[in-house]
Every structure is written in C-alpha cells, then in structure tokens.
Design a protein around this ligand. Structure first.
Ligand SMILES: O=C(NCCCOc1c(-c2ccc(O)c(O)c2)oc2cc(O)cc(O)c2c1=O)[C@@H]1CCCN1C(=O)/C=C/c1ccc(O)c(O)c1
Ligand SMILES: [Ca+2]
Length: 500
C-alpha cells in the first residue's frame, strides 16, 4: 500500500546505497533520527552472485547485488543477525527500513563454480538455485517467451517485457504458486524482523496481477515492532516509464506507489537550462506525472546517476553540486510525492564517447573486497569514498523544512518570468531559487509572521544566532530577498522553526 509507515513528523527517505547493516544502524542513531529522516532504503539483502570479471577489468560491480542466488540474508552488507539488529536499532529511534527486493529474476549466465556472497552453489545453465530451491520449472521459458534469444528484444511488446529475460537474467515465473510462495515467505520473514516496506525492483518486468497477488498475501506489520495494529507493508515499485512504451506506471498504482522517473528527468532538464523554472509552478500531475499519492520521487537514483539509466545525461548528481542542491531543495519544498534522497559513493569516471566506462564500479572496499565503513569528518561530512549527500547542510536542513511544512499547500508563487522563483508553504515556510545569471533582488511575500529568520541553506540557527544569512520579515509578511547568481547556493529558505 501507499503509506510509508513513517512517523508523522518524518517525510523523507534516504537511500544509503551499498551501506553495511551495522553502519546504517549507527547512522540511524547518530544522525538520521535527529535530522528527521523517515527511513532508509537499503541495498538488496538477499544473497547475490560474486561477480568477478564478467568482462575484463570489471570486479564486484554494484549491479551484482541485483543478481540473487538465494533468499538467504548474506551479502557484503552483513549477516541476517546484523540485518535484524539494524532494523531494531533504527525502529527504536523512529527510522524505518525499506528493503530493495529483486523478485523478477535470479542471476545471469555464470560459469559453474561461480561463488555467491553466502556460499551457496547454483547452476545457471540448468536454471538450478538449490539454496532457495528454484529449478528450471520455476522460470519463464519458451512457453512464455517467444523471442529467439529468450531475452527482451522489444520494449514495445508488453508480454516480452514481462515474460522474457532482462539482459539474460533468469526470469522467474511469479504466476506460479510455488514461486509466489517462496517470495511471500521471504517478504514475511523481513516483515517479522520489523521492516516497514519494500522497493520492488524491475516491477516493469513483472505482471501487476502477480505483484498484487503477492502483496495481498503479506502479513500485517508486527505490533511488537512498534507498528499500529493492521499496518501493511509500504510498497513502491520501480517502473521506468518516461512515456513511449506500452507499459506505464499507472498499471501498478493499485498495489503501491511507483517510482516517477519523469520527475528527476524534468527537473534535470529545467535546472540545466533546457526549461525555464517559471514552468515549475504546476509541477506534478500537470506535467503528466502520476498522482502525488502514487508517486515516489527523487532527483537521481543508483542507476541513472551513472548517466545511462532513465533520464540519461540530464540527470543531476553530486558531480554538479550547485545545481544538485537547488533541485533537491526544490523537491523537498514542493508538495508532491514521497521524497527519496540519494546517498552515493565516489567512483572515478572514465568518459569515452559520452559513456562512463567505470559506470559499473562498486562501493569503496578493502583489499579483501569488504565494503569500507564510512568515516565521519569533524564537519559531519563523510570520508573514505562516501559522498553522503544526506549529510550536506543544504540537504539535511531542507529535510527539516519539509517536515516543518508538512500538511500545507503551495501558495503565493512568484517568478520573474524566467529562472527566478519563490513560493510559500502555508504560513510555515518560504523558499526562493535563482537560476538566472543575474541577482534576484526583490521584496517578496514570505507568508511568515513578522520576525527575523535564519536562512537554512547558507547556515544554521545556533545559540539563537544565524551562522549564515538572516532575513527580516515585516508585519505584512514581506521581506527583501537578495540572492546573487554568484553565491555558492542559488537558494534561500527559511521556516517557522528557523526564527530567532
Ligand atoms: O548494461 C547493463 N544493463 C543493460 C541496461 C540496463 O538494464 C537493466 C535494467 C533496466 C534498465 C532500463 C529499463 O527501462 C528497465 O526496465 C530495466 O534493470 C535491471 C534491474 C536489475 O535488477 C538488474 C539488472 O541487471 C538490470 C539491467 O541490467 C549493465 C550490465 C548488467 C547490469 N547493468 C545495468 O546497467 C544494471 C542496471 C540496473 C540494476 C538495478 C536496477 O534497479 C536498475 O534500475 C538498473
Ligand atoms: Ca519477468
């Protein structure tokens, strides 16, 4: 269903991509809880293939975790016990855990003897995964897929997209009672540990009817893990739908929310100058996107931040920090969808003919290929190869902003007819964005009570002082907003809880 099972004063999820379970638990307790995050999307917890040089030079690519070998909870992020500890520790401080679940397929083709993160054996030639167990009868074969290769060849054919193999990945038959039973058993085990919901990976490649049948048979969330009686798992389905294909996100909205990839694409285009920001006045359903209550929105995700995924080269990432922070600030101030903040790790790009040859690089790891624990610097940013966008002041302060204004609508929109915009959220928050190449200098309606407020983008409210800009609002709610195009950040934002 569509409710994230979040605490009411927490409205934003963070994707701690490739983090270890122990490190996520630490982050819940030392940062995510106090900053008002609703929950964490964690990487797939199911045992996956150890992808050692599928092609020369490629070692332990991030996408190995999207090739399950079994439903045992042993991965580079940790053991089943560490997983349970993480869920308990995060729930205890009000931060939910959402699991990224790869249910559409098992692995691609691998030589016999290829290892797996939990030591299980498997044979891709005979589609044999004894640790589940799955055998060839549990997969879509020639009876379901009509292409000569057995793989998806034409995204214009909805049957192929569901019943054929995605890039050679062994395609499970979710129409089979046995396969449904194994999937439901896995999801109910995670529910019993206190997980609040699931990302259904590659949902476009599964029949909505099968997903609904599975979702309907899940147990209620356990009251002994702090959920209200009758609570149901939050479900958000990855459906890459940028239009132009027969399969649309709309087919899946009855089961739960759907990832709205148009959102990040449109904002990437707008902030990169392809579209004037003034058009963002009706951003949402008015742009052909899903209904707000059905949408899971984000600026970038683990796949398209590498340039080739959905939205391609327009997607904003940590590599263009000024534009990225402006787009994230807009997303977190704008009353549409349930928002997800990406938290990445660094990798050195090697762009050849517009494509990053290193787009496969996995998380920071040591000489034994164990994932490295993020170090936290004195200024609360991350080190040792982790970007931790969620720890950037401009981003975590906008998480707070979104929580403060939750429940209000957007009002008092202003724009300069180009790329300077501003708007209120009820009488609780105000934001101005300048993406023109000249200063924004205007007296604007902020909708806030008169007083002095700290800009939460350029600084914080500390010891009743503003470490960044301060703004004085008059009795008419107006304030003089000055935002040069030459500043570090093209945003000013303040709210009733950043008042001095
Ligand atoms: O070139 C690649 N893949 C072909 C183009 C991307 O196609 C994939 C899509 C995909 C792309 C576009 C679509 O419109 C679509 O319906 C599906 O979804 C996946 C989901 C998985 O769980 C595992 C995968 O290997 C893929 C995948 O390869 C490289 C090498 C193999 C993995 N991979 C990748 O690039 C892996 C990508 C990947 C992995 C996990 C994801 O959740 C995801 O969204 C993409
Ligand atoms: Ca499928």
């Amino acid at each position: 269903q569509h409710d994230p099972n979040n605490l009411s004063d927490r409205q934003i999820m963070v994707h701690l991509f490739e983090w270890k379970w122990n490190d996520i638990a630490d982050e819940c307790e030392r940062f995510l809880s106090k900053m008002g995050f609703a929950g964490v999307q964690v990487s797939p917890p199911t045992e996956n293939v150890v992808a050692w040089e599928p092609t020369p030079g490629v070692k332990r690519p991030w996408w190995e975790r999207y090739q399950p070998v079994s439903y045992k909870l042993n991965t580079r992020s940790g053991t089943e016990q560490q997983f349970q500890d993480m869920v308990n520790r995060c729930n205890a401080v009000g931060v939910r855990i959402y699991c990224d679940m790869v249910l559409n397929h098992m692995t691609g083709d691998w030589p016999s003897g290829t290892p797996a993160t939990g030591g299980s054996s498997f044979n891709t030639g005979s589609k044999d995964y004894p640790a589940v167990p799955y055998s060839t009868y549990d997969f879509n074969g020639r009876d379901k897929c009509s292409t000569s290769s057995g793989n998806i060849e034409n995204y214009g054919d909805a049957n192929q997209v569901r019943n054929c193999q995605l890039v050679g990945l062994k395609d499970l038959n979710q129409g089979s009672d046995y396969v449904r039973g194994k999937i439901i058993e896995l999801l109910n085990r995670l529910i019993s540990y206190g997980v609040a919901g699931f990302r259904f990976d590659a949902s476009k490649h599964m029949w909505p009817g099968d997903l609904k049948a599975i979702a309907d048979r899940l147990n209620n969330l356990p009251t002994d893990k702090g959920f209200p009686a009758g609570a149901r798992a939050f479900i958000y389905q990855e459906v890459i739908d940028l239009g132009g294909e027969p399969i649309t996100g709309a087919e899946y909205v009855g089961i739960g929310r759907v990832t709205e990839f148009k959102y990040g694409k449109f904002l990437g285009e707008a902030f990169r100058g392809r579209n004037q920001l003034k058009y963002l006045k009706n951003f949402g359903e008015g742009w052909g996107m899903l209904a707000s209550g059905n949408a899971l929105v984000f600026i970038d995700n683990h796949d398209n931040q590498r340039g080739h995924g959905a939205g391609g080269d327009m997607i904003l990432t940590f590599r263009v920090p000024k534009l990225y922070k402006m787009a994230v600030a807009y997303m977190l101030a704008w009353p549409y969808g349930f928002t997800r903040v990406m938290s990445s790790y660094y990798w050195e790009q090697n762009i050849v003919n517009g494509q990053d040859k290193n787009d496969w690089v996995g998380p920071p790891s040591d000489s034994n290929w164990n994932i490295i624990t993020p170090t936290i610097n004195a200024d609360e940013t991350c080190g040792s190869g982790w970007v931790c966008e969620h720890r950037w002041r401009q981003i975590y302060n906008m998480v707070k902003f979104r929580n403060v204004v939750h429940g209000t609508t957007m009002n008092d929109w202003w724009d300069n007819g180009n790329n300077q915009i501003a708007f209120c959220r009820g009488g609780k928050g105000f934001i101005a964005i300048n993406n023109d190449n000249y200063p924004l200098q205007q007296s604007l309606q902020t909708c806030l009570p008169s007083g002095t407020y700290c800009d939460v983008i350029s600084g914080d409210l500390v010891n009743n002082q503003c470490t960044g800009k301060s703004i004085t609002v008059g009795s008419d709610g107006k304030a003089f907003i000055s935002l040069s195009n030459a500043e570090d950040d093209g945003v000013i934002a303040f709210h009733i809880q950043s008042a001095i």
